[in-house]
Design a binder for this molecule. Structure first.
Ligand SMILES: Nc1nc2[nH]c(I)nc2c(=O)[nH]1
Length: 270
């Protein structure tokens, strides 16, 4: 894989991928990019008209999606405003063990297509009991528990207001009931133990997940404005009496999809 060689410049690989996307979609410049995590898949259809759909593994640096059945595509969507959105339906998770460069390649590629706004969505566990499965939550800040970073060398990037207060205010104008919280990224792929969930709570986390934080850091390095949203699909381990069940996760995501996708479409249109 091109990104596995440390001597390779990851930004050159992103530039190559962006050029391929421009060629295959016929769209020279994209304005906004969205990564759709579990539960958010339907948003692409609601935000505008898809003018091109590319299998992700046709683009340099992208690989077959880890999740069986995951769309694994990259779509160019024409928004009602006339702006162009790049919808990435093929996220590489840190737990796949391919290294952090592969995790953030989609964000770097989105920036290379010209996008200045990065919307990162995911499915996650909730530590707040009031967040029943199916609740969408704005990410206010994150705690990166991966002990890793997409930044290489003496790249000291400031991360204050990493999850744009401006974009969160727009989201809350559209949906005043939207709550927000601090997202903690664990390495996964196992879910947290109850003790780890209590640790996340003790250090100020409200959401537990296995993505997003590393992508957000890369998006900031690329100078993008970031909006992060989690779909709480389960109560984190130990928060409720009944144990985690994957079917609960999938059902909650499915039921919430139309609601959160419509919400995301309104935020993108704003
Ligand atoms: N780390 C972590 N990731 C998740 N993704 C989903 I969906 N639910 C969870 C969860 O409870 N913990």
């Amino acid at each position: 894989h091109p990104l596995d060689d440390p001597a390779t410049d990851p930004f050159a690989v992103a530039a190559t991928a962006a050029a391929e996307i421009a060629l295959k979609t016929g769209v020279e410049h994209h304005d906004i990019a969205l990564t759709l995590g579990s539960g958010w898949g339907r948003a692409a259809d609601l935000i505008g008209e898809t003018t091109a759909t590319i299998p992700a593994d046709e683009i340099t640096g992208f690989s077959k999606p880890a999740l069986v059945g995951h769309p694994g595509t990259i779509r160019s969507v024409l928004l009602p405003s006339g702006k162009r959105a790049l919808v990435i339906g093929a996220r590489t998770h840190y737990y796949e063990g391919h290294g952090v460069r592969r995790v953030v390649h989609s964000v770097r590629t989105a920036a290379a297509t010209g996008a200045t706004t990065m919307i990162l969505t995911n499915g996650a566990g909730g530590i707040r009991e009031s967040w029943t499965p199916g609740t969408p939550v704005l990410i206010r800040d994150h705690i990166n528990l991966t002990a890793d970073s997409p930044l290489e060398g003496a790249t000291f990037v400031d991360l204050t207001d990493l999850y744009s207060a401006r974009l969160r205010a727009i989201a809350r104008q559209i949906e005043p009931g939207l709550d927000e919280g601090v997202y903690t990224q664990f390495r996964g792929p196992h879910y947290e133990t109850p003790a780890e969930v209590q640790m996340a709570k003790a250090i100020g986390g409200h959401i537990v997940g296995m993505s997003t934080a590393l992508e957000a850091i890369a998006a900031r390095q690329a100078g993008m404005e970031i909006l992060g949203m989690s779909l709480i699909t389960n109560l984190a381990a130990g928060i409720s009496a009944t144990p985690l069940s994957h079917t609960e996760v999938l059902e909650a995501g499915a039921d919430a999809e139309p609601v959160i996708s419509a919400l995301l479409a309104r935020i993108v249109a704003a």
